[in-house]
Design a protein around this ligand. Structure first.
Ligand code: AP5
Length: 209
């Protein structure tokens, strides 16, 4: 099974990804995480990505499609959960040529909630695990539960950058929702409940596919 996870920035895609992968035996692929890894490792791709990410703009389609193609080719005989990809029409078309997508799951959250939520996000600078100061706090303040790494605020979580990311999402990524709906592959859950409630709705929706 291959699933595409859709939703605005901060909808909770990363938060839900681990449990979905565990339950359905899928391998997660997050283009945001792959790009941030390249930034940390200061590769040539990382330098290009750093500039785009810090402004809340998209990295070019050819770079991201290349990353995903390489990842898929390196992991034969497995199902994938795509998080943050595709997010343009060109990426959706390219993915359809690489692999068959069974379901696109939209986690739907209104912009006002996203803007409130993002101020409280903290991420581990080592493993990338995500927390929220009130909705999903770590056991020890400022420390990652998983690896003990330091929790930091993502540079692109500044309010003005989040606003721009939402504009980019509505302009370029939202049409993809209709693309998958057109193939009868779209399912949608509300993402404005607690993370546990969203998880239960996600499981129910995917079990019914
Ligand atoms: P990426 O990392 O993909 O960011 P995104 O899609 O904007 O999504 P986020 O990671 O911000 O949010 P999320 O939905 O995973 O929410 P999370 O679970 O963390 O991309 C970053 C950048 O990389 C892009 O802007 C672009 O520059 C580039 N890029 C990436 N992919 C690309 C592509 N395909 N093409 C071109 N460029 C690309 O949750 C958010 C917060 O809310 C957390 O604090 C969490 O704890 C909390 N939370 C989660 N669920 C709930 C809930 N139900 N209630 C309350 N709080 C909650």
């Amino acid at each position: 099974m291959n699933i595409v996870l859709l939703g605005p920035p901060g909808a909770g895609k990363g938060t839900q990804s681990g449990a979905i992968c565990e339950k359905f035996g899928l391998l997660p692929i997050s283009t945001g995480n792959l790009l941030r890894k390249a930034v940390r490792e200061q590769t040539k791709l990382g330098q290009i990505a750093a500039e785009k990410i810090s402004k809340g703009e998209m990295v070019s389609d050819d770079i991201v499609i290349g990353l995903v193609s390489e990842f898929i080719a390196g992991h034969p005989d497995t199902g994938f959960l795509f998080d943050g990809f595709p997010r343009t029409a060109a990426q959706a078309e390219a993915l359809s040529k690489l692999i068959e997508i069974d379901t696109a799951l939209l986690i739907d959250v209104a912009d006002e909630i996203i803007l409130q939520r993002m101020g409280g996000r903290r991420v581990c600078e080592v493993c990338g695990d995500t927390y929220h100061i009130s909705a999903n706090p770590p056991k020890v303040c400022g420390v990652c539960d998983k690896c003990g790494g330091k929790l930091v605020i993502r540079e692109d979580d500044k309010p003005e950058i989040v606003r721009h990311r939402l504009e980019v999402y509505h302009e370029q990524t939202q049409p993809i929702i209709e693309y998958y709906r057109g193939f009868g592959k779209l399912i949608s859950v509300p993402g404005d409940k607690t993370p546990e409630e969203v998880s239960a709705l996600v499981n129910e929706a995917l079990e019914n596919v």
